[in-house]
Design a protein around this ligand. Structure first.
Ligand code: TRP
Ligand code: ZN
Length: 470
């Protein structure tokens, strides 16, 4: 009897197993949880696995008097696997309601993760719509290098800035640069306030209850760290570049006089950049100049960089403009690839100076080798402290080696291949990855293929090498 009983039991167990396997592979259960992070080398929890966002429609109602934000985020995404649940990144705020495909979804929160469990599993390849209703008083975050990002109050207004992971303080999303999407950001604010965001202003209307609604549209893909929303008293100036790109500058009144000079050449810079790097990647350009003392840095928010008060000089405006090609259109695959943003934007400053009667890039390069601060005030910075393509940790991604030595890497390539191939490389890189993502390995492979030169020594010594190159 005993052996028989045992064999009957194992037959039953096998049947159960088979049924389970069938259910998981082709039966009613199609999904599994999406990953809670994308394992970025520096920000492992940033972003989420299992889907890619196609579009964000953010409806944000903000009251500067009490700092209250009431938001609705409609996120259209494509499932990359069967999903029983998926995560969004969100820091602080209260989630009131979540629906997926119109049906109420269960959700819970731990840390900066909002886990959504749809009523029905999502199929691989399915495009699905998630609506999150949320509210609260958003706060800023401190990042590993000590700077603040997220929702920052600016006197009687506020601004949302993201880099690297601050966007989750003001809207739920897939907050990693590898997931780019188009955006509609609609801001409703008390009458008398301006509300400014990325892209083009589709409409500005009085809601009839003492508030004004601004509908902003970004038709080109955007990484979420480049999204911005500024609410405050701003002087708005509109113009066009010679080739017709719309320019929209919003400037805090007390910064207007000092901003005029540095911003005056923006239209010309857009044209210059188009010549050097290829067509300007966006349909609009501009600037948001915050009241002074409210933010510690400038940020290349898409189409409209944010400045912490009047831009110090024209080179800063050029730097943030250059990011529209390098960083915003060609975005890093991970936060380790930061030099592809900052090294390129810094080298763009060198090129602008070279083309406009300033120091040559070669003189700049030599000044860094010599520590000559007459030529470049940054020349005595610790540009050799670590290799630009391998910052030692997340607190170093905005360090001098990423900016200055990143620019020196580009100059070393130029020395090796000559001007003609070098400028073809810059244009080709911007064109090849336009509105996409790229890594350092993508760049080094592309540079060698495009120029036909073996650049291994440049990579080994300047890009990945420890210490000060000789
Ligand atoms: N990207 C900004 C610039 O170069 C600087 C910056 C602001 C930054 N916040 C950051 C860089 C966070 C790295 C990480 O204009
Ligand atoms: Zn920069």
């Amino acid at each position: 009897m005993e052996p028989r009983a045992r064999s009957r039991l194992s037959v039953t167990a096998a049947a159960v197993l088979l049924a389970l396997t069938a259910a998981c592979t082709g039966g009613t259960v199609q999904g599994r949880p999406g990953a809670a992070g994308l394992r970025d080398p520096y920000f492992p929890k940033a972003g989420n696995g299992g889907y890619q966002v196609e579009h964000y429609a953010l409806d944000l109602d903000y009251d500067p008097a009490d700092g209250q934000l009431n938001g609705t985020a409609v996120i259209t995404a494509r499932a990359e696997q069967g999903l029983s649940s998926f995560n969004l990144d969100l820091s602080g705020l209260r989630v009131e309601d979540v629906t997926v495909q119109g049906a109420a979804a269960r959700f819970n929160r731990t840390g900066n993760e909002l886990t959504v469990r749809p009523a029905e599993d999502l199929k691989k390849g399915e495009v699905f719509r998630t609506e999150v209703d949320y509210a609260g008083k958003p706060k800023a975050l401190a990042d590993p290098d000590g700077s603040e990002e997220g929702w920052i109050t600016t006197g009687d207004g506020a601004v949302g800035v993201g880099e690297p992971v601050g966007s989750m303080t003001w809207f739920p999303g897939n907050h990693h640069p590898s997931d780019k999407a188009t955006y509609d950001i609609t801001l409703t604010v008390p009458r008398g306030y301006e509300a400014v965001s990325n892209g083009e202003l589709r409409s500005r209307s009085d809601t009839g209850d003492g508030r004004t609604e601004f509908a902003w549209h970004s038709p080109e893909p955007m990484a979420s760290y480049l999204a911005t929303a500024a609410v405050g008293k701003y002087e708005v100036t509109k113009g066009r570049t010679p080739s017709g790109v719309a320019v929209y500058n919003a400037v805090a009144p007390e910064e207007a006089a000092l901003s005029e000079g540095p911003l005056a050449r923006l239209p010309e810079m857009v044209e210059w950049g188009s010549g050097r790097f290829g067509p300007y990647p966006f349909s609009t350009a501009g600037a948001i100049v915050l009241p002074g003392g409210t933010l510690a840095y400038a940020l290349e928010t898409q189409t409209k960089p944010v400045y912490p008060g009047a831009p110090a000089d024209e080179e800063l405006v050029l730097h943030e403009l250059a990011h529209q090609w390098f960083g915003n259109s060609v975005s890093p695959k991970s936060w380790k690839d930061m030099w592809l943003n900052e090294g390129f934007a810094t080298y763009a400053e060198w090129l602008w100076a070279e083309d406009h009667g300033g120091h040559t890039a070669q003189a700049r390069f030599e000044a860094f080798l010599a520590g000559d601060t007459e030529v470049d005030a940054e020349a005595d910075s610790d540009w050799a402290a670590f290799p630009p393509a391998a910052p030692p940790g997340p607190e170093h991604i905005s360090g001098s080696p990423v900016y200055q030595r990143g620019a020196m890497v580009l100059h070393r390539i130029r020395q090796e291949v000559g001007d003609e191939k070098f400028f073809a490389l810059l244009r080709g890189w911007a064109a090849d990855h336009r509105h996409g993502n790229a890594s350092t390995a993508d760049f080094t492979a592309y540079a060698e293929r495009k120029t036909g030169h073996d650049l291994k020594k440049v990579w080994d010594v300047w890009l990945y090498g420890e210490g000060r190159p000789r």
